[in-house]
Design a protein around this ligand. Structure first.
Ligand code: GLC
Length: 476
């Protein structure tokens, strides 16, 4: 079979740019697909993107017209280990943040045009556009209205991956002028232009990043008003579980942690890391107490409101250390800083992102808290298990699909979970997990061993996407 040519477009790609898990997947998926697929990754050239170790070629001043105005983008492209990377350069992307500006509609309309324009200019006949989240979701509409008559685009198929349904690219109706076409309900949702709605309506297939979330996001509770649109595409929806990079996250070789360890030496390995980390963070050097870690974006999605409600009480009721790393909404940042100031012997908070500290927390913690309100997949719980750290999760989306809750009758499990979005259920679950650590080490260790034996590597994810690509191509 001929190798498929796939252009994967994403507004964030590790190691070049990142605000969330989208970046990890856009970075790792091409690497596992490159042997089977000719893959081109296209992404904005943000001002913090560092290409100094590459030697890109440049396609200069390529004209794109929107709403009667000319825009000129430069394409920086190069090959790295069999993946082609293309960076779209325009002053629009040279700002402090990636998103959150008054002209995001114009910025990401331009980015979406730049996907199709690149194929045209480089004369690449691709088989499939793999689009990710709202930032590229309007592309199937542009393809349909402006490109189909061109032989290069006649058979081009589209896949939309939804990593986050909450952010939809919803703009004033007036921004439809950037479509360069007559008004269409394909992209209108509640009287606003909605990028994601367009993608859901027009992509050949749509996937999200776990089987459970695929079911959930078709319901009103989880659907962020797009449940109807999703349900109407039920035949074309897939749930593909994310994976994590087992080379980046590997306790045997991880150079960020103090002591490397294997599945067989995790008990002493984790203990040594714990001791060294507690010392570095100037907490009491007590390895007999568990560490509860939390790393992530401080956003409503992540269930931080539950923590606001009962975490302080939980801290006072448990004999454990709590380590928090993340940034996001001010009120959440202040809460975690408050906890550290109030309980300096038990709590450590770092606001911001520090990769080394993240690895150290994964390796040194015994428990990892992730009580999300909704979670398309979630990566941190899988990383935790990879380090023998037991996740405490709410049973939602990908968390439900990846964490086996502790069963006290069979001693089966890779973590702890609770069902309802309820702060006292969360507190009870944390307390019983801490108690298990403090009172029943043999069982706790057997759970850690089970967690260490899970396989959430990228391989399976790569296979699933490849199958989906082939399924899409085969369809008429
Ligand atoms: C988003 C989702 C997260 C998912 C990630 C990668 O960040 O919130 O659940 O794991 O995208 O798909």
């Amino acid at each position: 079979m001929k190798k498929l040519t796939v252009l994967l477009a994403s507004s964030e790609v590790v190691p070049f740019s990142k605000t969330g898990g989208l970046a990890d997947i856009s970075g790792s998926l091409p690497k596992v697909l490159k042997d089977d697929v000719k893959i081109i990754v296209l992404t904005p050239y943000y001002q913090n993107v560092d290409l100094s170790t590459y030697t890109p070629q440049v396609l200069k001043a390529v004209k794109i017209v929107m709403a009667g105005n000319n825009y000129f983008v430069d394409y920086y492209y190069f090959n790295d280990e069999n993946v082609t990377y293309v960076f779209v350069k325009h002053p629009f992307y040279e700002r402090e943040n990636y998103y959150g500006y008054h002209d995001d509609d114009e910025r990401f309309f331009l980015f979406s045009y730049s996907i199709l324009t690149y194929l045209k200019r480089a004369k690449i006949k691709a088989d499939l556009l793999h689009l990710n989240d709202w930032q590229t979701a309007i592309t199937p509409f542009l393809l349909k209205t402006h490109y189909r008559s061109d032989p290069l685009f006649k058979d081009l198929k589209t896949l939309l991956s939804i990593h986050n349904l909450q952010f939809q690219g919803s703009f004033e109706k007036d921004s439809f002028k950037y479509t360069n076409s007559a008004f269409s309900y394909d992209y209108i949702h509640f009287e606003r232009v909605n990028f994601l709605k367009a993608g859901i309506t027009l992509a050949n297939k749509i996937n999200t990043v776990s089987p459970s979330y695929q079911k959930e996001f078709q319901t009103e509770y989880y659907g962020f008003t797009l449940d109807g649109a999703l349900k109407s595409r039920a035949q074309d929806l897939k749930g593909i579980l994310n994976g994590i990079d087992y080379e980046v996250y590997n306790p045997e070789t991880d150079h960020h942690i103090f002591f490397n360890y294997t599945k067989n030496s995790f008990i002493s390995g984790k203990k040594n890391n714990k001791l060294a980390l507690l010392k570095e963070l100037k907490l009491p050097a007590l390895t007999t107490l568990p560490i509860v870690g939390h790393i992530g974006r401080l956003a409503t999605q992540k269930g931080i409101d539950l923590m606001l409600a009962t975490l302080e009480e939980t801290i006072t009721k448990t004999n454990a250390f709590y380590l928090f790393l993340g940034s996001g909404e001010k009120k959440y940042e202040e809460f975690f800083l408050y906890l550290m100031h109030k309980y300096p012997q038990k709590v450590f908070t770092h606001i911001g992102f520090e990769n080394r500290l993240a690895h150290l927390i994964y390796a040194s913690s015994d428990l990892f808290l992730m009580p999300s309100l909704f979670e398309p997949c979630g990566l941190a719980q899988m990383i935790s298990m990879r380090y023998g750290t037991l996740p405490i999760v709410r049973e939602t989306g990908g968390l439900k699909d990846t964490v086996i809750p502790y069963n006290k009758y069979t001693n089966e499990g890779t973590g702890f979970s609770f069902k309802n979005y309820n702060a006292h259920e969360m507190m009870a679950t944390i307390i019983s997990a801490v108690n298990l650590f403090n009172n029943n080490q043999p069982v706790f260790k057997s759970l850690q061993k089970q967690a260490l034996n899970q396989d959430y590597s990228l391989k399976k994810m790569g296979r699933d996407y490849l199958n989906l690509y082939q399924e899409i191509i085969k369809e008429e």
